[in-house]
Design a protein around this ligand. Structure first.
Ligand code: NAD
Length: 474
């Protein structure tokens, strides 16, 4: 591949510019635990420059036609397609996803979202009539975007594509743990020749994020991240009364119905959970099984997990790589220890045998005989850790599934589709998957309860960047 993108500059007003802040951040390989690069960390002065560029660019960009913006999507899609291999390398390097998964999923979701939002834009009407009243939907203004490291192109492109389709200019502050993919995305934007100032990128951490969220000239702030960061962003945004949208954590339940193909259900849950080394907001982490079928399902889980190969994410045969950083390595292991201390039984896995200096590899772990009140059944672990709870009747299964502060995704696996649909309608979650159905690029993506506010993807995502204006004519 080409060299990884350089991390010493922000992308502001169509130019790569040096940081006004001298602060740097160690980029650490999740595989070796060694420092491999330095990231320039922006602060409020860099955010000010970027927001200023976006503010200047907004009026002209907001006035572009839908056809002009569709043409812009065509250029972006072509530039993104030219960068697929580099993007996969960047993502595996920065956050440790297995390379085949980066190639097939992490990278392709960004491309899929660009294509999907292009179609949403073609189909979208910015005006509608309610009685005699004309309702116009107009771009809201300058958008601020704060993204995490776990599915970096998914989250960046969800936000950027919707804002571009709406006619907004924007400032992206990506995760300090996923800087290569973000810098490469800015390079893609540059090659697509977007008007200067429409898309700006400032690298940084919480300080830059807070400066963006609190900025008076930012009209909407969209964050994907932990509940902690989502709350901090909402608090920083409140004095300027800007719109806040939040895509936050999850602890998604997976209910196996008693008529299900039990081994298919176990395999489906384990595959979805392990896909990104357990680091997906919508991962099914609480498997809720009929008590009478528990033994059979546990046996199937044990086999499924043992078939996953943990190892170097740059090897094609690896299924599970390291977790992203030392913080997550320590956190996942601490949760596993807490599960043991609170009396959950270990089906497989356990605390890592080595310390973080040998790479951030954790053991895929499954707990069973878990009570819904245990820490491992309530808190988001964000690693390859599954907990199995059992139920005696379906109402109890639904009650356990809904007994969470989160409500992002939920999964139902059964033979009779009507029974599955009955359960699906009772689940408190923004997205419910019946059997092996996967999320599409244009249906609303987001959560109930502390999993967030607002929706991304498709027309629901587009509307987050629009203001409605009612024109009453006398
Ligand atoms: P994080 O909350 O640590 O960081 C997310 C982003 O917020 C980063 O860019 C970070 O620099 C920034 N940030 C942190 N503190 C901030 C503050 N005080 N003010 C402003 N910005 C701040 O999360 P993470 O570890 O990068 O990502 C994992 C979390 O993201 C998990 O909780 C996961 O469930 C969640 N997530 C949710 C979705 C979803 O769509 N609901 C998708 C992916 C990830």
């Amino acid at each position: 591949m080409k060299q990884l993108p350089s991390l010493d500059k922000h992308y502001i007003n169509g130019q790569w510019v040096s940081s006004k802040s001298p602060a740097t951040f160690d980029v650490v390989s999740p595989v070796t635990a060694k420092v491999v690069d330095q990231l320039s960390m922006g602060d409020s002065a860099d955010i000010d420059s970027a927001v200023d560029a976006a503010k200047q660019a907004f009026p002209l960009f907001a006035a572009t036609s839908q056809e002009q913006r569709v043409a812009l999507f065509d250029r972006l899609i072509a530039a993104y397609e030219d960068s697929l291999d580099d993007m996969a390398q960047a993502i595996t390097t920065e956050m440790g996803a297995p390379i085949t998964m980066s190639q097939q999923k992490q990278t392709m979701v960004g491309l899929g979202l660009l294509k999907s939002m292009r179609q949403t834009l073609i189909d979208f009407s910015p005006t509608e009539k309610i009685g005699d009243v004309l309702v116009q939907k107009q771009p809201i203004g300058v958008a601020g975007m704060i993204t995490p490291w776990n599915w970096p192109m998914n989250q960046v492109v969800c936000k950027v594509s919707a804002a571009l389709a709406a006619g907004c200019s924007m400032v992206l502050k990506p995760s300090e743990y996923a800087p290569y993919s973000a810098a490469l995305f800015a390079d893609i934007v540059d090659r697509a020749e977007l008007p200067p100032g429409v898309f700006n990128l400032v690298h940084g951490g919480a300080r830059a994020g807070e400066a963006l969220a609190s900025h008076v000239d930012v009209d909407v702030i969209s964050i994907t991240g932990s509940v902690r960061a989502g709350v901090a962003v909402a608090q920083a945004a409140a004095p300027t009364v800007k719109r806040v949208t939040q895509e936050l954590g999850g602890k998604s339940p997976f209910i196996v119905l008693s008529d299900a193909d039990l081994s298919a259900a176990a395999n489906s849950c384990v595959a979805r959970l392990m896909l990104n080394t357990g680091q997906s907001c919508n991962a099914p982490t609480r498997l809720i099984v009929p008590e009478q079928h528990k033994a059979e399902i546990l046996a199937a889980i044990k086999t499924a997990i043992s078939n996953f190969k943990v190892g170097d994410p740059f090897e094609d045969s690896t299924d599970i790589g390291p977790v992203v950083n030392k913080l997550q390595f320590d956190r996942v292991n601490a949760y596993i220890q807490t599960g043991i201390d609170e009396g959950a039984k270990v089906l497989c896995g356990g605390v890592s045998d080595h310390d973080a200096s040998r790479g951030f590899f954790v053991k895929p772990t499954c707990f069973y005989d878990v009570d819904e009140g245990m820490t491992v059944a309530q808190e988001e672990i964000f690693g390859p850790v599954l907990v199995v709870l059992s139920y005696s009747d379906i109402e109890q299964a639904i009650q356990i599934a809904n007994a969470s502060n989160f409500g992002l995704s939920a999964y139902v696996y059964g033979h009779n589709i009507n029974d599955s649909m009955q359960v699906a309608t009772k689940l408190q979650a923004g997205m419910v998957h019946v059997n092996d159905a996967i999320a599409t690029m244009d249906a609303p993506f987001g959560g109930f309860k502390q999993s967030g506010n607002g929706r991304e993807r498709g027309v629901f995502g587009l509307e987050e960047y629009l203001e409605a204006k009612s024109i009453y004519v006398g």
